[in-house]
Design a protein around this ligand. Structure first.
Ligand SMILES: Cc1cc2nc3c(=O)[nH]c(=O)nc-3n(C[C@H](O)[C@H](O)[C@H](O)COP(=O)(O)OP(=O)(O)OC[C@H]3O[C@@H](n4cnc5c(N)ncnc54)[C@H](O)[C@@H]3O)c2cc1C
Length: 452
């Protein structure tokens, strides 16, 4: 460890992923001195996985409010549309993100790797004088008279009045706080869990051929193919022409994503080039297949795989995003735990909403903790003074997360319906796809502007 962490902090942020870093930046921007904030992370190095690939309009606005948007905006691809098509490439729906123009200046989706977003947030945090103490893996927490004492695997302890659980979906802070984490509908009642769509493979790749004819760069378009075999996403992620470069690559980088039906067995945890090429050839859009009998144009081959991952999707939400943990009966002892990001809620990545809602939680969380601290500065105040503002904030974010989980489940449900072209629902959706209001509604929901 480069620097030893302090033993006391006013606010301890556990986890320096996008949501922990955003919380810390928001605290500073809302007037909390950097020496009152300690950020720790269990991993030796940060920013090492791609995962999320898009920032929606509402998240860009939230990042703008804490001065973190410019570099992210400049180094991302501004995707203006999404084409939903059937397995043969016939369009079912074309979503036009420019329809958001009356409501936001970010009338596009910012395609950028999560790793890149974290690098930009980390740079801003350091520019403001912050430092992430790592590796410090939280393993326990207990209340004391002077706050909550968090213990770390390496033996350190830090006591803080406010502990922000930004330690991801397997949050230790959530679990040692006794907060449960479960699907709001109950797994067995969740009709959207379909064995054909719950195993997902994602990869950042380049191709050996220019795909301008398939994914034109002006405007940038993403493609979502849905067939009886499942779904297949192909979306631009980085393009030198858009000053968006990742992995040091000079080629355009694409994100591909597909579902692997569970009855076909478990996909490799990090599929390599041969496996991904096979997936593309078997079920990807014909125009990017290397199989000449499927691809009527020039066969296309994968050139490089930069990152890949396989995972199972499920939804969960913490039963509360706020917990006051008392040391003993004395007023003012112990401290407050607030949950943010994946520690608070998770769901399928279809719709690309997870990191987005988490970042918006974090911008608001920094502001409300700062407000609470400012309201408790008079001599008689304790950590229990004005707790209602924290409870109200937690309740509001809980409701937003519940709405988002429900919305993501609806997206998955649409996908499952579109996998059955002989069903009546398929044709209803097909008709809806031609109605401008329905398309605008879909884009509005994706943008997060209605669920900031
Ligand atoms: C494969 C995949 C694809 C995804 N695709 C999308 C997408 O397209 N769009 C989207 O919006 N979202 C997507 N997500 C979700 C997105 O990645 C998360 O919502 C986002 O990472 C949440 O950020 P976070 O800061 O809450 O948690 P994390 O990013 O998980 O960060 C948690 C941090 O806490 C640290 N930590 C963990 N445990 C401890 C501990 N005990 N002590 C100290 N530190 C600890 C970790 O090292 C990590 O740095 C995807 C997720 C996955 C897995």
């Amino acid at each position: 460890m480069s620097q030893p962490p302090p033993t006391h902090a006013k606010i301890l942020v556990v986890g320096a992923g996008p949501c922990g870093l955003t919380t810390a930046i928001s605290l500073i921007k809302n007037g909390i001195p950097i020496q009152d904030i300690t950020v720790v992370d269990g991993a030796l190095h940060g920013q090492n996985t791609s995962r999320a690939m898009v920032l929606h309009a509402a998240t860009m606005e939230a990042l703008e409010s804490i001065g973190c948007v410019d570099n992210i905006n400049l180094s991302s691809i501004h995707m203006q549309g999404m084409r939903v098509q059937d397995g043969k490439g016939s369009p079912l729906l074309i979503g036009d993100l420019t329809s958001l123009q009356p409501y936001t200046k970010y009338a596009y989706s910012c395609n950028i790797s999560q790793a890149h977003v974290e690098i930009e947030l980390h740079k801003e945090f350091e520019r403001l004088g912050g430092h992430v103490f790592r590796p410090l893996k939280a393993i326990g927490m207990k209340p004391l008279q002077s706050g909550l004492q968090v213990t770390f695997e390496s033996g350190e302890v830090i006591t803080a009045k406010y502990v922000v659980a930004a330690d991801g979906s397997r949050s230790v802070i959530r679990s040692v706080s006794g907060i449960s984490f479960a699907d709001p509908d109950g797994i067995e009642k969740d009709k959207t869990i379909d064995p054909r769509t719950s195993q997902i493979v994602l990869a950042d790749v380049s191709f050996d051929t220019s795909l301008e004819h398939v994914f034109p760069t002006d405007p940038y378009l993403g493609t979502f193919s849905i067939s009886k075999d499942g779904l297949f996403l192909t979306s631009p992620l980085a393009h030198p022409q858009a000053k968006s470069v990742i992995y040091g690559a000079t080629d355009p980088i694409f994100r591909i994503g597909l579902s692997i039906p569970l009855d076909q067995g478990e996909a490799p945890s990090h599929p390599g080039i041969e496996v991904l090429q096979r997936y593309i050839d078997e079920r990807g859009p014909m125009v990017i297949s290397s199989n000449p009998s499927r691809n009527p144009n020039k066969p296309v081959h994968l050139k490089e795989v930069y990152w890949s991952s396989r995972f199972r999707t499920h939804s969960a939400i913490a039963d509360t995003l706020f917990k006051r943990i008392h040391g003993d009966t004395e007023e003012g002892s112990g401290g407050i735990v607030m949950l943010v990001g994946d520690a608070a809620h998770i769901h399928s990545p279809i719709g690309g909403q997870g990191m987005n809602l988490g970042i918006r939680d974090a911008v608001g969380l920094g502001a409300v903790i700062a407000k609470h601290i400012q309201s408790t500065t008079n001599a008689n105040a304790t950590v229990d003074t004005d707790l209602q503002m924290l409870q109200d904030f937690a309740k509001e974010r809980y409701e937003k997360a519940s709405r988002q989980i429900a919305m993501t489940k609806r997206f998955v449900w649409f996908v499952v319906l579109l996998m059955n072209p002989w069903s009546i629902q398929y044709w209803v959706l097909y008709m809806l796809g031609s109605i401008p209001f329905f398309k605008r509604l879909l884009i509005w929901q994706l943008s997060g502007l209605g669920n900031r």
